[in-house]
Every structure is written in C-alpha cells, then in structure tokens.
Design a protein around this ligand. Structure first.
Ligand SMILES: [Zn+2]
Length: 398
C-alpha cells in the first residue's frame, strides 16, 4: 500500500534534507509530500530550527519564465533552492517525491490584486487570502503553477485550495449558524455571477436573498439552526441561493480539469485534496456529522464529476474515530468511483490520535474501506514520539 509523510521545506532546511528523509524512510513510508507552494502561517514546530516557524506565501522553486512571464499573477518567491537535489536524495532512499501545492490561498497575491479575490453578498472583499476560482487570472495562475510543480519531477502534484474556500473570521461575536456561514462564504464577484447566470440561475436574486438574511442575523435575528443540506438551505434561503451555490461546481470542475490536464502534460499526475474533511475535524478531531464527500459541494466540489477527470484524491480524515475514517473513505470512493485512487490523510497526534494503537486502527480502517494509500500530516508539526507511531501503522497495512 502506498504512503507518504507530509513535510514542509522549513523542516528540510532546519533539520537537513538527509536527516529528515532518513527518518521518513525509517518509518517505512513510500514517499514524502513536500510543500512546494505554501500559504503564510505561524506554526508551533516542536523539533524545528525554531520552535515557532513563520511561513510566507510563496513558491519554493524558481518560477519558469515561459509559464509566468505573460501572467499578471506570479507566485511570491519562497526558498527557491528547496527542491535542488531533492528528487535525487529521495531516489537514493527509494522514496517517491510528491509536490504539495496550495493554489488559491495566497494573501500576498490577493492584497496586491484585490480584484481577483472573492466578494461577498454585501459587495465586500474581506478575504484577501481567497483568490476566486472563477477569475480568469486566478485560473491562468493555477494552471501555470501546476505545470511548474509538475516540472520539478514530482510523482504527483497534490492540490490544496483548488476550489472555493469556506468563510473564515478570526473573531465573530455574532452567533452565525452553519447555513449563515455558508451563505457568507459565497462569492458574488462579477465572474461568479456571470457563470451562474449562464447556467440559468438568477444570480442577483441569490445575492439579494443572502444579503437580506445575513443582514438580519447581523442585526440580531436568531441564526439558522442545523447543518447545511440542500433541503435545509432551500427552506432557509430559497431555491435561488441553493442553485447559485450549486452552480459554483461548474467553475471548479472546469478549473480542476484544466489543471489535471496540465499536470498530465508535464508527465506527473494530480491528487486532488478538498478541504471539507479538514475543516470539519480540524480543531478537535470531532468532525461535524455530514461525511466530507457529501458536504464537498458547499465548496463547489462535485466529486462525481471530478471522478472522471482526476486520477487520485486525498481525503482529509481528520477524526479521532477509526469508524469515521472508514466512513469518509467509503463515501469518497462511492462519489469518485471505486476504481479511483483515494488516499486517506491521517494526523498521527493531537488532536486526532492519542496512541499508536489508535493510529494503527485508523490506518487499518482506511485500508479496509478501500483506500489506496495513507499519508501522514505533517512531519514538522508533530513531536518525534508522535511521528514514531507511524511505523506501527504502516506495518499493519503493508
Ligand atoms: Zn467569484
């Protein structure tokens, strides 16, 4: 069974490529998934060069001029030598190298080019980190970025944030319900509204309804109760809002299709990771009830359509419960097709996993549910004793 460990370029720089790859190889992993393009973050890194690591938006390789010279959006420069010799170093250890790529989450680009970011139902561009998948410049950037990572010689390009992203606010003392948050996260930029209108959706009515309902909640109306389903959202916000939300999948499907083709042209393959499972259990490993595959439509992700276009998928199985991991993998396979490769991404430590036995149980559950691979997230974020649980899990599913 295939496997890998996610790692950041800061891990490789801090501890040394040889040492990190030796450790990952020692766990019995088949590969390493290295962050080739990442978003800004400030992370506790228990065994890093510093114990608090500041990451910036950027590509950790020199962007090829032929791909980006004619584009308005170019990736900010990261550690440009991070991939020098990395493929060879992996090869010496029999490790596969995958390029983890964050596509449309980039506040540096969004702040420099606000017009490519999402716009909410009130007309505000309050999320500079969220580039809109419908904007032609963001789409051209994503395709070029995919080609550039594929050209690093990676076995696969692992796509993160290649879809719409959920609403995020650092602070809210307004009790928004899940459906309010879903509506607040909808993009109503000109490109999104035009695409929806082309599909026969009354985009202006959808925008007005979102603004009316959300405006009421912001003014003190009680928030919506219950999880987001199409039926519940129809009852709460009306059919135009649901039709608008669903129309976004055409935007994402066509973009992912272009990116997958570009990656294939460059001799690599795309692994699509949608954020749904990650968002659900991110904080405590206790995901909200709906399975990731069933709720992915809320981010514009139509897994049934993508199943025909993308060779492999990663499901972020951020859950304490092994049965939940199995349920998420199973639902994913039913959506994308039983013959597709589905990789289960597990967190070997806090907050999902409190022992080697639990990690073993989850790896076993993922395999039994039909996963083709298990990936572990992430080298630099987990203490060494936590990472030392990986060998037991991998030997169980070998
Ligand atoms: Zn948009």
């Amino acid at each position: 069974m295939d496997s890998s460990v996610f790692a950041f370029v800061e891990d490789l720089r801090g501890e040394g490529v040889e040492r990190v790859l030796d450790r990952i190889s020692g766990y019995g992993a088949a590969g390493v998934t290295v962050g080739a393009v990442h978003h800004a973050a400030r992370d506790v890194t228990p065994h890093g060069l510093s114990r608090l690591t500041v990451r910036r938006d950027g590509a950790h390789f020199p962007p090829p001029g032929d791909l980006f010279s004619s584009l308005r959006l170019r990736p900010p420069a990261g550690h440009q030598d991070a991939f020098d010799g990395l493929r060879e170093a992996c090869g010496e250890r029999g490790l596969r190298l995958h390029g983890w790529t964050v596509f449309l989450r980039n506040a540096t680009l969004g702040e420099a080019h606000p017009d490519v970011t999402v716009r909410d139902c009130f007309g505000d561009r309050g999320s500079p980190a969220d580039l809109c998948p419908a904007h032609p410049d963001a789409r051209a950037y994503a395709v070029a970025l995919a080609r550039a990572v594929a050209r690093l010689g990676v076995d696969s390009v692992v796509a993160e944030s290649l879809h719409f992203r959920p609403l995020r606010a650092e602070r809210s003392f307004v009790p928004l319900g899940p459906m309010d948050a879903c509506m607040f996260g909808l993009c109503f930029c000109d490109y999104c509204m035009r695409r929806a209108a082309d599909l026969g959706v009354d985009a202006e009515v959808a925008r007005e309804e979102c603004a009316r309902i959300l405006g009421g909640v912001l003014d003190g109306d009680p928030p919506a109760q219950g999880e987001v389903t199409r039926a519940a959202l129809t009852a709460y916000a009306g059919p135009d809002v649901v039709a608008y939300a669903r129309a976004r999948s055409e935007t994402v499907t066509t973009l992912v299709s272009e990116v997958a083709s570009a990656v294939g042209d460059e001799g690599s393959r795309l692994v699509f990771a949608d954020a749904t499972g990650g968002v659900k259990g991110y904080r405590d490993g206790l995901p909200t009830p709906g399975l990731a595959a069933h709720d992915a439509w809320q981010l514009g992700v139509d897994l049934v359509a993508l199943g025909d276009l993308v060779p492999a998928f990663a499901v972020l199985a951020y859950a304490r419960d092994a049965a939940r991991v199995a349920d998420d993998v199973g639902a994913y396979l039913r959506s994308v097709g039983k013959d597709r490769e589905v990789r289960a991404v597990l967190r070997p430590g806090y907050p999902d996993t409190d022992s080697a036995d639990r990690l073993v149980a989850k790896a076993r559950a993922a395999k039994a549910a039909g996963a083709s691979a298990v990936d572990f997230y992430a080298y630099g974020l987990m203490p060494h004793p936590v990472l030392d649980r990986i060998p037991a899990a991998l030997s169980e599913i070998r």
